[in-house]
Design a binder for this molecule. Structure first.
Ligand code: GLN
Length: 487
C-alpha cells in the first residue's frame, strides 16, 4: 500500500486491526521515507531502523496471537530528545549531555510501550527547550518540510518537522511557553499542550517545572486524542500530577454537546499579527459560526504582561533546574579545570550554548537577594492576574480562539541574532502555560508563500475532552494536517 507513512494513526490503526497491513510494513514505509528525506529535513538526532523493525515484528506476533495492545499497537512514535527512554541517549539538544544515557523510562514512555507503540527516533530540539526555531540545538538545524530554507519552529522542531515530512506517524514534544503548539502551527500539523499536571513530567528533563507539559504532535485532532489517552493520568512519581479519572477522549470526540460559546480575546488580534494569519483565523471563526456556535468578544486585560512575566519565571526556574549539570554527577566534565569550583565553571562554560547561558544568568539575577521581590515575586503575582483573566472569560465562553504565532515560519538565520524578536514568536502561547490551561494548535490553511498556519483553541482547565471535540469539529472537515509538503 503506497504512502503508509502519510496516513493518520487512526487510519493506520484500522488497517492494522483488519490485517490489511502489518506493523512491519508500516515501519518499513516510515524508515524508507526517512532515509529519502532526512538529509533535507534533519529532524532526528538518532534513529535505529533495526530496533524498530524488531519491535514491529513483536507487534505483528502479538496481534496474530490475538493479544493486541490496543489502537496504538504498531504505530511509530518519535520522542523529543528530552524525554527519558531507558538505554537511549538523552541530549536535550545540548552538548553538555552528549554522552548521557537514560537509566529509566519516563512515565509517558512506559505508557507508550504498554500501548505497543514503536518508539523509533529521538528528535532535534532547541537546547533544553529554550527557543522557537530549533536553531539553538547544539547539534544541527532542522528544516521546515514546507520550505527547507525556513525554520520548523521550536523548541519541538524536530518532532513537528518529522510528523509533517512523513518520517513518523506521531511524536511527543514538550511545551513550556509554546514549544508544541508553535512548531506544530509552523509545520502544518496538530500540537496539543495539555493542562498542567495532566501528563506526568516524571522523566522529562526539566526546563521550568511550573510550566512544562508533555503533549502529542500528530496529523489530526483524532490522533491527538488517541495519544493523549495513552499518556495522560495520575502518577505518584510526579508530585504535581493531576488526580482525576481520565475520560475517553476519542469516544467523546463526536458526542460532545454543541453548539459552543467561543471567545475571541481582543488582545490577541491587535497590532503585530500578520494580516494573512488574521484572515485565516477569521475563516475558522466563520466556520464555527456556520456550525451554530456563538462567537463572543472577550478581554484578557493582562495579556501584554505575559511575555515579561514568562521571561522572569521561566529563566528563574531554569537557573535552578540546570544547576544539576555540574560535570560531577551528570554531564560533560571539562578537562581544563584545576580545582573543584573551576570544574563547575569550565564544564558548564564548555557544555552550554549561548541562549542557555543567557537564561541562567537572567534567572540567577531575578532570584538574587535584593531583586527577588522586585522581579520573581512580582511576576508570580502577575501570573495569578493572568490566570484570573482566563477564569473570568470562561464564565462566558467554553473555549477561546486565537492565532498560534504572529507570523508563519521565517527563514533560518533571520532572527537568530535577535533574542527579543525570537521571544515574540510565543506571544500568543505563553499565557496558556502561565495559566496552566490546555491549548491546541490546529492547521487552518496556508499563506501566499504556501506556508502552513495554525489556529489555537484554548480550553478550560482539565477539560481536554471538550477542547478536543471543539477542535475535531473543525479538523474533521478541513484536515489541513493531511496535506503534504513536496520534498
Ligand atoms: N520559546 C519559548 C522559550 O524559549 C518557549 C519554549 C518552550 O515552550 N519550551 O522559552
Amino acid at each position: 500500500m503506497p504512502e503508509l507513512y502519510y496516513k493518520s494513526a487512526a487510519d493506520l490503526s484500522r488497517l492494522l486491526a483488519s490485517g490489511e497491513i502489518s506493523a512491519r510494513e508500516l515501519i518499513q514505509s516510515v524508515i524508507d521515507r526517512t532515509q529519502n528525506v532526512e538529509e533535507k529535513v534533519h529532524a532526528f538526532l538518532r534513529f535505529d531502523p533495526e530496533a524498530a523493525l524488531a519491535k514491529a515484528a513483536q507487534c505483528d506476533e502479538r496481534r496474530s496471537a490475538g493479544k493486541s495492545l490496543g489502537p496504538l499497537d504498531g504505530i511509530p512514535v518519535a520522542l523529543k530528545d528530552l524525554i527519558c527512554e531507558s538505554g537511549q541517549g538523552l541530549t536535550c539538544g545540548s552538548r553538555i549531555l552528549e554522552k548521557y544515557v537514560s537509566p529509566y523510562d519516563a512515565t509517558c514512555v512506559a505508557k507508550l510501550k504498554e500501548n505497543g507503540t514503536i518508539l523509533w527516533g529521538r528528535m532535534n530540539m532547541d537546547e533544553f527547550a529554550m527557543g522557537s526555531s530549533t536553531e539553538n540545538s547544539g547539534y544541527q538545524n532542522t528544516a521546515n518540510p514546507w520550505d527547507v530554507s525556513r525554520i520548523p519552529g521550536g523548541s519541538s522542531g524536530g518532532s513537528a518537522a518529522a510528523v509533517a515530512a512523513g518520517e513518523t506517524i506521531a511524536a511527543l514534544g514538550s511545551d513550556t511557553g509554546g514549544s508544541i503548539r508553535q512548531p506544530a502551527s509552523l509545520c502544518g500539523v496538530v500540537g496539543l499542550k495539555p493542562s498542567y499536571g495532566l501528563v506526568s513530567r516524571y522523566g522529562l528533563a526539566a526546563f521550568a517545572s511550573s510550566l512544562d507539559q508533555i503533549g502529542p504532535i500528530t496529523r489530526t485532532v483524532e490522533d491527538s486524542a488517541l495519544l493523549l489517552q495513552a499518556i495522560a493520568g495520575y502518577d505518584t512519581l510526579d508530585s504535581t500530577s493531576y488526580q482525576a479519572d481520565i475520560p475517553d477522549y476519542t469516544a467523546s470526540l463526536n458526542s460532545a454537546p454543541k453548539p459552543w460559546k467561543l471567545g475571541l480575546p481582543k488582545e490577541y488580534f491587535e497590532e503585530g499579527l500578520d494580516p494573512q494569519i488574521r484572515q485565516l483565523v477569521e475563516k475558522v471563526i466563520d466556520f464555527y459560526k456556520s456550525e451554530g456556535c456563538q462567537i463572543i468578544e472577550v478581554s484578557l486585560p493582562h495579556t501584554n504582561l505575559a511575555l515579561p512575566v514568562y521571561y522572569v519565571l521561566a529563566p528563574a526556574e531554569a537557573s535552578s533546574n540546570l544547576a544539576r549539570y555540574d560535570g560531577v554527577r551528570y554531564s560533560h566534565r571539562s578537562k581544563q579545570a584545576n580545582d573543584h569550583v573551576g570544574l563547575y565553571f569550565k564544564s558548564r562554560g564548555e557544555g552550554f550554548g549561548p541562549e542557555v547561558k543567557r537564561r541562567i544568568i537572567l534567572g540567577t539575577y531575578v532570584l538574587s537577594s535584593g531583586y527577588y521581590d522586585a522581579y520573581y515575586l512580582r511576576a508570580q503575582k502577575v501570573r495569578t492576574l493572568i490566570r484570573n483573566d482566563f477564569l473570568e472569560a470562561f464564565k462566558q465562553v467554553d473555549a477561546l480562539i486565537t492565532p498560534v504565532s504572529p507570523t508563519a515560519a521565517f527563514k533560518i538565520g533571520e532572527r537568530s541574532g535577535d533574542p527579543l524578536s525570537m521571544y515574540l514568536s510565543d506571544i500568543y502561547t505563553l499565557s496558556v502555560n502561565l495559566a496552566g490551561l490546555p491549548g491546541i494548535s490546529v492547521p487552518c490553511g496556508f499563506n501566499s508563500d504556501k506556508m502552513p498556519v495554525g489556529v489555537q483553541l484554548i480550553g478550560q482547565p482539565y477539560r481536554e475532552a471538550e477542547l478536543l471535540s471543539i477542535a475535531h469539529l473543525y479538523d474533521s472537515v478541513h484536515r489541513f494536517g493531511m496535506e503534504h509538503p513536496v520534498l
